[in-house]
Design a protein around this ligand. Sequence first.
Ligand code: AMP
Ligand code: MG
Length: 361
Amino acid sequence: MTTEYLDLVEWLRECKNDRDGVITPEIQHAGDIIKAGGLVAFPTETVYGLGGDGLNAEASKKIYAAKGRPSDNPLILHITEMEDLYGIVEEIPEAACILAEKYWPGPLTMIFKKKDCVPYSTTGGLDTVAVRMPSHKAARALIKAAGTPIAAPSANSSGRPSPTKASHVKEDLNGKIEMIIDGGEVGIGLESTIVDVTGETPVMLRPGYITKEMLDELFGKVEIDPVITTLHPDPNLKPKAPGMKYRHYAPKGDMTIFEGESEAVVARINAEATEAKKNGHVTAVLATDETKDKYNADYVFSVGKRSNPEEVAHNLFDVLREFDEVKADRLFSESFSGEKLGLAIMNRLRKAAGYNIIKVD
Ligand code: AMP
Ligand code: MG
């Protein structure tokens, strides 16, 4: 199939000061593709999503097929207004109202009991449904043009790092979907925070830009799914977000994270890289601005300033994809503090490295 391409970078610039963007005929065409059961990749404030009509079981199946995604890994439904929520969930618990008031539209997904109209192919067979209200104008215009909740997982091939630029989406999905909307680089760069609001107290199932600390501030202490903080995967720990059990965000090479004091980490990575190069491997390092000039690997990519976790989050997936671009097969990464946004950064990094972590003294 030929994938159509719609560039909304200029449109986004023009509607910068509007609450919502104007639905142009081109955007309406994208919405019509969704309505007709087709797939459109689009930018959001977190990462690019691969969208289809979330209430159309066949469209959801196409999403799984295009991504090569396991069918038990449910999709997130994207809406633009609170009214849209009433149509797809059985009940809206008080915690959800508090969270929606504070963080919607934004990078927060909540888990609700689903209504019958939401097909099991969208929810991976679950009786619950994940819902998010994005703030990105292109995402909102597309949802409005489609006139239906849009089911959208990240627009990458299953297992690869999530896309933060339209070129990443092209790499993975060109020729497999009807349209790619280019909105330039996304803002946040990590997927949404997921919170289950179906129980007595909210439980964080996936860390993201909305941090555990921010949720604690609203509710006292919220629970956190233990798989998020685990340093070693435990076969007895079953993640509550089914997607969290899969190898994810992973570059193709063999990746190791080094934890410890900066000088010691640099020295250890350089020793490992020297050895790997001797054995004919192509080596690459995920570094920070503070350390990037100190490495001897074939390739060194900085995710930005260590003192700026927003910048690190923004660049993380791009660097993981760069590793593949240069065909590096031995990858070494620095580690980050697990506080606040750092929890989400380390969660993605650990999964990318398949929990290959070495402590350096
Ligand atoms: P992605 O959009 O690719 O980041 O994937 C969506 C994430 O949301 C996956 O990790 C899913 O497991 C999670 N998710 C979606 N629906 C549910 C649900 N009903 N219950 C728990 N987790 C969910
Ligand atoms: Mg994903």
